[in-house]
Design a protein around this ligand. Sequence first.
Ligand SMILES: Cc1ncc(COP(=O)(O)O)c(C=O)c1O
Length: 419
Amino acid sequence: MSASLLAQNLRGSEIIKIAAEINELKRRGENIANLTIGDFDSNIYPIPAKLKQGIVEAYNENQTNYPPADGVLDLRQSVSKFLSERYGLEYAAANEIIISGGSRPLIYSIYLAIVDPGDKVVFPTPSWNNNHYCDLLTADGVMLATLPENNFMPTADELRPHIKGAALLALCSPLNPTGTMFSKEALEEICDMVIEENKSRSEGEKPLYLLYDQIYSQLTFGEHKHYNPVSLRPKLRDYTIFVDGGSKCFAATGVRVGWGFGPAAVINSMKTIVGHMGAWAPKAEQVSMARFLADNTAVDSYLADIKGNVQASLTSLYQGFQQLKSEGFSVDAIEPMGAIYLTIKVDYLGKTTPDGKVLETATDINFYLITNAGIALVPFSAFGTGEDEAWFRASVGTITNEDIKLTIPRIKAALEKLS
Ligand SMILES: Cc1ncc(COP(=O)(O)O)c(C=O)c1O
C-alpha cells in the first residue's frame, strides 16, 4: 500500500464503528436508544438562542475572512474574563489564550508542542483519545488502568511510578467516558507529585507538562465541584495547559469553538501549529461566541437549563440501574457527577444467550443489548481498557429523559433471558 506507516497504523474511532452498526439496525426498522455518541441531538438540546442569532448576525456583517491565528481578540478577551469570573484563573488575552476549531486541535497542538517522537506520555484509562494522539506523535503512551473504587479517576500513588522522565501527563475532569471527577484532595496530591517531579529534573531537561482537559467543567451536578491544578497549586501555572471550549457546555459541538490557555511560550507554539493546520474556528462563530460569553445572564440561564436536563436524564438511568441491582441483576452504576455520561456495569461475561452464544467480551455484551434490549452503550475497551471489563459508557445527549426511562424494562427483559 502506498501510504505512510502512520496512515497504515492509525485506528479510527471505535465509537463511530458501533454507530455504523446501530444505523444499519435502524435502517431495518429497529428502535434503538443510541447512548453511544458524546454529542447532542440539537432538537433536544439546541445551542443558546443568543449564540445562534449572533452567528447569523456575524455572517450578515461579513465576518468571513481569516481570523487571527490565535483567535479574534474580542473572543480571547471574553474567554479571559470568563476564566477570571468563573474559575478565578488569570490568563492574558494577549498571549496566554488560543482559540481553535473546537477543542481537538488544541489537544493535538499541545501534544505537538511538547512531545517528541518516543517521549513518554502518561494517561489514565479509560480516557478519551489519548491513545490516538500518542499514535499520531509516535509517542510512548503509558496507559494507566484506574479502578472503579476510585470512580475510575487516577490517583497520585498510581501515577507516581510512571512519571519519571515523562514529557506529558494528560488528565481530564469531569472525565469522558465516566462522568466522574477529581476530588480536591486527589487532584492536590497529583499536583504535588508533578511539582516534586519537576523539582527533581536537572537544568536543560524537559519538564513534565500537564494537559488538563476541563471541557465538561461547566456541566457538574449537585455538590460536585470542579477543581483545576493551577488554582490548587499556582506553582503549576508554568506547566499546565488547559483544554476547554463551548462544544459541550453550550451543546455546540458543530459550532467548533474551543479555547486553550497556558504559559505564553507553549501557547505561542500552539498558535503556529494550529495556523499551519488551518484549524481555526470559523470567524463568524468566534465573533458570536465573544458576545455570548460576555453576557453572564444569557450564559447562566443556558447552563442552568442544560445542566438540569442532562442531570435529570443521567439520574433516571442511574436510578434505573440501581433498581435492577437491588432486584439481583448483575449490574451497577456510578453516581453521575459531571459531563453527559454515566458509568454502567453489565457484568454478564460468560453468560449464554437464548440462541446458545457465550458472551465472551464487553463488545459481545454490548451487541446483545443492542439487538435484544434496543440500547447501545460504548464498552470501556473503546477508551483503552481490556475487553474483559464489563464497564460501559452511556451518553445522554441524544435522547430525552422519557425515552431513557423506557429502556430500563427492556434491559431487564433482555438480562432475564441470559443463563
Ligand atoms: C474530554 C474531551 N475533550 C475534548 C473533546 C473535543 O471536543 P471538540 O468537539 O470541541 O473538538 C471531547 C469531545 O468529545 C471530549 O470528550
